[in-house]
Design a protein around this ligand. Structure first.
Ligand code: XLS
Ligand code: NI
Ligand code: NI
Length: 441
């Protein structure tokens, strides 16, 4: 078979200081870190939508991307060429997983029945390529936001017909995900929110979202789909307000609707910053609640207020993200899906490779540094000391429930608490140590 990226070979690990741009400097797939290979820690995935479907259009301009696989008018031929291009990209980069929306892999037809048939046809092609290469499906999802019928939302639409259509779409997407051995299934509610409360029954919409997720859970049990369900929080865009605003909001929603044991988070870096949180904050909230599932690895531009979906190159973010992942015990079903695209002006096909290499190397280095920080207990030692007052005396009485208001009042009356009796937070010292680890490890 002729190659689509004929001028690009298999991307190899060449190490730091190598002069080549199409090579890894930090990602050495089989190298062991904390007893696990880098590739098993990182579980990199290719996003089908950005990598194979993105055309490079923006609010003011049309597509710029030079993509041989979209040059045909025949939509099903295009789908076939996307499969070919996608697997070639993954093989050349050594990426072992991918993620898709139903509508990324197969074009929508005039009827749902015909659309579903097209999905099956492309699933056949994907299955063949997965068998040939050993590449696996990290997660599938359904696109319930592009088609104009989702103008008022999908599960949270004001129209019952749209709820029904969305349910049918999710059902089919789950079937295809199961068939392809998908290890997870994501819900990202792009249109599940509102534009104005003047026309919105928020209670009914949230109840309906809960109903949709319960139906998905029930159907998974019925067909024996064992993959992990994820919710991907995002505060806004395209809606003014998205119900899955951030991790804390989603967790409280899941608890309210009795779904907390069925879902984990899929945390996207750019969504965290849109919610005015750091990436690490969203991962930490997930981790301490036992819900850190998977990651959409990208980064936003903090000077722009939207989801720019850039390849992640910020080493601080990748170190602290991998720190949270390792502290959570590492990925099980999840992984690092590059929900990222090359810039509109990076329209050459090779820019896809430069983007992935940058992201993979950034996370590989992040993993190395995070592992060292954990091995040396850099933050843990400080945290242990900082909270040590809760390990004995009055602190122990607070934690164990022995002390209430009266006991604490009696204690406080005798003790003059001023800042001079406290420990410094040592933020700058820790930042300095973090820098040294990044520079030298
Ligand atoms: C959009 C989301 C989307 C999800 C999958 O902002 O990141 O791409 O990851 O539906
Ligand atoms: Ni995403
Ligand atoms: Ni996003």
């Amino acid at each position: 078979m002729s190659e689509i990226f004929a001028n690009i070979g298999k991307i190899q690990y060449k190490g730091e200081g190598c002069g080549e741009e199409l090579a890894f400097r930090y990602y050495n797939p089989d190298e062991k870190i904390m007893g696990r290979t880098m590739k098993d820690h990182l579980r990199f995935a290719m996003s089908y939508w950005h990598t194979l479907c993105g055309e490079g259009s923006d609010q003011f301009g049309s597509g710029t991307m030079q993509r041989s696989w979209t040059s045909t008018e025949d939509e099903m031929k295009k789908a076939e060429l996307k499969v070919k291009a996608g697997f070639e990209i993954m093989e050349k980069l050594g990426i072992e997983y991918y993620c898709f929306h139903d509508r990324d892999i197969a074009p929508e037809a005039d009827t749902l029945e015909e659309t579903n048939k097209r999905l099956d046809i492309v699933a056949d092609m994907l299955e063949k390529e997965m068998k040939r290469t050993g590449i696996k499906l990290l997660w599938g999802t359904s696109n319930c936001f592009t088609n104009p019928r989702f103008v008022h939302g999908a599960a949270t639409s004001s129209e019952a017909d749209v709820f029904a259509h969305a349910a049918a779409q999710v059902k089919k997407a789950m079937e295809v995900t199961k068939r392809l051995g998908g290890e997870g299934y994501v819900f990202w509610g792009g249109r599940e929110g509102y534009e104005t409360l003047l026309n919105t029954d928020m209670k009914l919409e949230l109840d309906n979202l809960g109903r949709m997720l319960h139906m998905a859970v029930d159907y998974a049990a019925k067909i024996g789909f064992k993959g992990q369900f994820y919710i991907e929080p995002k505060p806004k865009e395209p809606t003014k307000h998205q119900y899955d605003f951030d991790t804390a909001t989603v967790i409280s929603f899941l608890r309210q609707y009795g779904l907390a044991d069925k879902f984990k988070m899929n945390i996207e870096a750019n969504h965290a910053t849109l919610a005015s949180h750091t990436f690490q904050h969203e991962l930490r909230v997930s981790r301490i609640n036992g819900m850190l599932g998977s990651i959409d690895a990208n980064q936003g531009d903090l000077l722009l207020g939207w989801d720019t979906d850039q390849f992640p190159v910020n080493i601080y973010d990748s170190v602290l993200a991998m720190y949270e992942v390792l502290m959570a015990g590492g990925f099980t079903t999840g992984g690092l899906n590059f929900d990222a695209k090359a810039r509109r002006a990076s329209f050459d096909p090779s820019d896809i490779f430069y983007g992935y290499i940058a992201g993979m190397d950034t996370f590989a280095k992040g993993l190395r540094v995070a592992a060292k920080l954990i091995e040396d207990k850099v933050f843990e030692k400080n945290i242990e000391k900082r909270y040590s007052s809760f390990g004995s005396g009055i602190g122990k009485d607070i934690v164990s429930g022995k002390a209430g208001f009266e006991e604490l009042e009696a204690y406080a009356m005798k003790k003059n608490v001023t800042v001079s009796t406290l420990m410094s937070g040592r933020q700058e010292m820790l930042e300095n140590i973090l820098n040294q680890y990044i520079f030298t490890k």
